[in-house]
Each structure stands twice: as C-alpha cells, then as structure tokens.
Ligand binder design. Structure first.
Ligand code: PLP
Length: 362
C-alpha cells in the first residue's frame, strides 16, 4: 500500500478502518441517532465549544457540500457576501455564490498571495452593505495558512461582519479561535485532519446565526443547513446518511481525543513537516512559502531542477509514495506534500530516502 502524502483522503489507522465493519444500521433507528449525537458532541469537543452556543450539523457529502451548505444557508437574501480568494477553494466559494445567485463581491488575490488587509478594510469601508465574509483558513492550493485573526479584527471594526470559514483542511490540526474571531460558521470534512474516511462532512454553526435565518427561503433542498439542524436537534436525520462513514468519523474522533486533541495533532504534523522542509532544502528543493506563512498540514515545493512533476510523481509512486501536483498552471512548477493521516516519522524518512535517489540520478 502506498503512503499517501496528498491532502486527503488520508491513510487510515487500523482502528478507523476496522470501524467500517461494524453492523449495518437503519438511519431511522435509535442506534443511529446515538451515533449521530455522539459525533455531533465530539465535533464540538475538538475545540471545546459550548453546545448551548454552537451546533454541529453532520451530513453525507465531501468538503464542498459543507462549503455549499454553509453559504447557501447562512447568507440571507438581503445580505451580501464578500469572498476572499487566494486559491482554488476561495474561488470555489465564488462558483457556489454564482450558481445560487447569492449577492456577492470578490476580493481577489493570485494563488498563494497573502491576503491584503488594507484592501479588505477598504472594501468593507466602501461596501457598507456587506454582511458576511467567506474565507478559507488553510488554502490547500499552496499550503498558505490565512491569518484569520487579523481578518477578524478588521471585521469587528465594521459592524461585526460574520465570518464563514472553510476549515476543510485545518479543522483538527490548526488553531481556530471560534469565539475570539467571531466565527459564525465553519465548514469541514471527516477525511482530512480528523483522519476519517471520505463521505461525511459537517458545519459547525453558531446557533444565533441559524435562529436569524428564514427557513422558508431555502436555496437548496439537499444542503439546507436549517433542515438538518432542526432534524438532528430532534433526534432525526432528513435523508439517508452514509452509515459506515459515520462509524469511521466516530472512531476518528475518539482517536483524536485520546491523542490529546488538535494541539497534539498540530505538533505531530509540524514535526513531520519540519523533517520534510529541512531534508528537501538539503536537496536544493525550495519551499514556495516561508514556514510562518504555511500550515502544518501541507507545504508546497518548487520542482527540483530538470525533473518534471510526472517523473517525480511516477518514480515516487513506484517507491510507494503518492505526492500531489500543483493545481491548474502550478503543476509545471511545484508539488505538494501533506503530513495528514496515519503517517509516522519512519514513513517520512523513507520518503526522503526515495526522493534523494530520484534527485541524485536525474
Ligand atoms: C480548503 C479546502 N476546501 C474545500 C475542499 C473541497 O473538499 P472536497 O474535495 O472534499 O469536496 C478542499 C479539498 O481539498 C480543501 O482543501
């Protein structure tokens, strides 16, 4: 089996894989409701959020479904969304807003660029009607960890604009200050930093935000957060859920709690990433971003001179490692390495040995 150094789906631990073999369940039976409730509570527990103020809504779908559910359900028809783009996933918010005719404007940056806070402040100053900001925490396109703390400070100066956060590739491994940053909702998925399997996603939403929404003005049937929230608060589920992936998320949550929570996972990823950065630097493979701009989850690197992405990928795959290309036009110039999943220091050291061989015989 290859070691997956792509940013999800991740290598599963044995116990998460085993959990997929638990008994079949009907989603209308009490056993499923107990499973759903436990997952909802444990998701809040990852960041120690109060169940009075916050709710976890869990549904079947990939990370994009959580993004789509969040912005279609929480930006009211009279509201206006400012979307911050500096990579593929910020741009995905824009695609969603266009499809659903959500009133929005865009603050665009090139992929990987730091978010320009002066421009953000100016936009909010000029467009007083903006009610929400959609922003990606960890832009997996490049590995940039956007500075949500600074964005939140600016939002607070402008009538407390609500922040809708894509934390798909940061939830469970990076700091998210829900209350201090005034987060209204956050979208994420089971199969990245939480180490579950693909197929379950979730939105953590501030209960105030949902209580202000008009349930009769839904933009979507399947991804209506308010419908899910109401059903799940009442021990139900509106649609058939993917039971086995729920089992896996439940086990993955148990695992991260036993591991000591998100801080320990952050430390683990950071240690692995430090080895990757240090050893690749020795091979003259440079990171695209400084360490203090990068997540602990994924970093991007310039391709070694004279080696195409295809050659690097194929030879590493032969050696048992799957790396990830740059997206779009970036494929020609860089590659990405993620440390998520059940990966050990030994795996990373074997990866370094493998890449050393390829670079030295190019
Ligand atoms: C930051 C971010 N947002 C959204 C997504 C989309 O998730 P999915 O591919 O599970 O729909 C990804 C996927 O990598 C991501 O990294």
């Amino acid at each position: 089996m290859s070691i997956l150094l792509n940013p999800g789906p991740v290598i599963l631990s044995r116990r998460v894989r085993q959990s997929l073999l638990k008994p079949d369940l009907c989603h209308r039976e009490q056993e499923f409701i107990e499973l759903q409730n436990k997952i909802r509570n444990n998701l809040l527990d990852v960041y120690k959020l109060s169940a009075k103020k916050w709710a976890a809504v869990v549904f079947t779908g990939s990370g994009t479904s959580a993004m789509e559910s969040m912005i279609t359900s929480l930006v009211p028809t009279h509201g206006k969304l400012l979307i911050i783009e500096n990579g593929v996933y910020g741009e995905r918010f824009t695609k969603i807003a266009k499809i659903h005719s959500i009133n929005h404007i865009i603050l665009h940056h090139e992929w990987g660029e730091e978010i320009n806070l002066i421009n953000l402040n100016n936009e909010l100053q000029y467009h007083k009607e903006i009610s929400h900001i959609a922003v990606v925490h960890h832009e997996t396109t490049t590995g940039r960890l956007n500075n949500i703390g600074k964005i939140a400070d600016i939002c607070k100066q402008h009538a407390n604009i609500s922040i809708l956060l894509d934390a798909v590739s940061s939830f469970g491994a990076e700091e998210i200050k829900f209350d201090q940053w005034n987060i209204t909702a956050c979208a994420s998925t089971a199969n990245k930093c939480l180490h579950g399997v693909p197929g379950t996603s979730f939105v953590l939403t501030n209960r105030n935000a949902t209580s202000q929404m008009d349930a009769t003005l839904a933009r979507t049937l399947y991804l209506d957060l308010l419908v899910y929230l109401d059903a799940q608060d009442n021990n139900k589920t509106p649609f058939t859920q993917s039971i086995q992936t729920f089992y896996a998320l439940d086990e993955a949550l148990e695992e991260i709690i036993e591991f000591g929570g998100w801080k320990n996972r952050q430390e683990k990823y950071q240690n692995l990433m430090n080895i990757v950065r240090t050893e690749l630097e020795k091979l003259k493979i440079k990171p695209c971003l400084e360490e203090n701009e990068s997540s602990c989850v994924l970093n991007s690197f310039y391709l070694p001179e004279g080696i195409s992405y295809e050659k690097l990928h194929d030879e590493l795959k032969e050696a048992g490692f799957v790396i990830y290309a740059g997206q779009g036009g970036l494929k020609k110039s860089f590659f990405r390495i993620s440390c998520m999943g059940d990966i050990s220091e030994t795996d990373i050291k074997r990866f370094i040995t493998a890449i050393k061989k390829i670079v030295s015989v190019k």
